[in-house]
Design a protein around this ligand. Structure first.
Ligand code: IPM
Ligand code: MG
Length: 375
């Protein structure tokens, strides 16, 4: 099969981790006989420098015409002026909104081999395997009004957390569908004791739940969830929540897995059904980490795992996705670590070396006829 991938390396460490992800995709193509056509473009700060906007119309068009988008990271001190008219993050938010990527999947799986490299006690994080389903195109990120203004009693600002029942229903369905295919447990996270949007959220969740009698559902307040994630993360299977709660909770949850450098994400435009291709954008959950850029230092695993999610959800290449995951586990078992997950007695390697090791494991029994066209 032939797939078109728009590749947006972005800013900071983005290009380095994307180089690693693309290298892995090339090996997968070769092994599996599929054809990946790569189309490179700019987003974020680099796009501001080149086009004056964080996401140019032609870039959006390129994404729209592709089967999937691979994105590195955006942002950096160069564009960090609060007075700036455009910000790199606008490019990311526009991509999500314009491509209709309402369902953000962020799996958090603790690999046994990394059990000692987190700040939490190994017995707390043992066997943690949870899936966040974060709503990505609504809520306070996009609600109107949203502005700053001056009054005669000083400056004021407003953001609005808004949700329609349709927006809630479609993301909640993603939660139920994934929970059904996992361990059958869904936790819906809200702040229904305070927020109207959360009270609607909870009503809609309860209504949709009637169609999923096989899924065990519970509602949890976001503050309690933040606590439970640290106290007893094993409690969770699938978690569905609104945009900003999901943003905050997934950074917190990434620490269970040892590092932000381990966490991948998929942002999908539909409910993933097994055997069906869903359009999506794939990116590591970490940012552009400008202070680490260009040093061959950062962990490429989050991006490589994101490529795995692309194979799974957008191309339905489940076997190939698992191959990547297995290869990563093997390299970690062999004792190789990037700086962010380094422990005593292990071998520290850089971005490129980590990628090469993962490829070596993948390629050990490589044979095939696929091609990658760089465009
Ligand atoms: C994320 C990031 C983004 C978000 C930023 C870069 C706009 O933190 O993907 O989690 O807040 O959604
Ligand atoms: Mg975030």
């Amino acid at each position: 099969m032939r797939f078109d991938i728009t590749v947006l390396p972005g800013d900071g460490v983005g290009p380095e981790v994307i180089t690693a992800g693309v290298a892995v995709l090339k090996v997968v193509a070769k092994r599996s006989g599929h054809e990946f056509n790569l189309h490179y473009d700019l987003v974020g700060g680099t796009a501001i420098d080149e086009f004056g906007v964080a996401l140019a119309p032609q870039t959006l068009k390129l994404c729209n015409g592709s089967d999937a988008v691979l994105l590195g990271a955006v942002g950096g001190p160069k564009w960090d002026n609060p007075e700036a008219r455009v910000r790199p993050e606008d490019g990311l938010l526009a991509l999500r909104k314009e491509l209709g990527l309402f369902a953000n999947l962020r799996p958090v799986k603790v690999l046994p081999v990394l059990a000692d490299s987190t700040t939490l006690k190994p017995q707390i994080i043992k066997d943690v395997d949870l899936m966040f389903v974060r709503e990505l195109t609504g809520g306070v990120y996009f609600g109107r009004p949203k502005r700053q203004w001056r009054t005669n009693r000083g400056r004021r600002a407003i953001d609005s957390m808004a949700y329609s029942e349709q927006e809630i229903e479609r993301i909640v369905r993603v939660g139920f569908e994934l929970a059904r295919r996992r361990r059958g447990k869904l936790t819906s996270v809200d702040k229904a004791n305070v927020l109207e949007s959360s009270r609607l959220w909870r009503k809609v969740v309860t209504e949709v739940a009637e169609e999923y009698p096989d899924v065990e559902l519970d509602h949890m307040l976001v503050d309690a969830c933040a606590m439970r994630l640290i106290r007893q993360p094993i409690y969770f299977d699938t978690i569905v929540t609104e945009n900003m709660f999901g943003d905050i909770l997934t950074d917190e949850a990434s620490m269970l897995a040892g590092s932000m450098g381990m966490l991948a994400s998929a942002s999908l435009s539909g409910i993933p059904q097994s055997g069906e291709q869903t359009f999506g954008m794939y990116e590591p959950i970490h940012g552009s980490v400008p202070r680490r850029a260009g040093q061959n230092l950062v962990n490429p695993i989050a991006t490589i795992l994101s490529c795995g999610m692309m194979l799974r959800y957008s191309f339905t290449l489940e076997k190939e996705a698992e191959m990547i995951e297995k290869s990563i586990s093997k390299v970690l078992e062999q004792g190789y670590r990037t700086y962010d997950i380094m422990e005593q007695g292990k071998t520290q390697v850089g971005t490129r070396e980590m990628c090469e090791l993962i490829i070596k494991n993948l390629a050990d029994d490589a044979s095939g006829t696929g091609v990658v066209k760089d465009g």
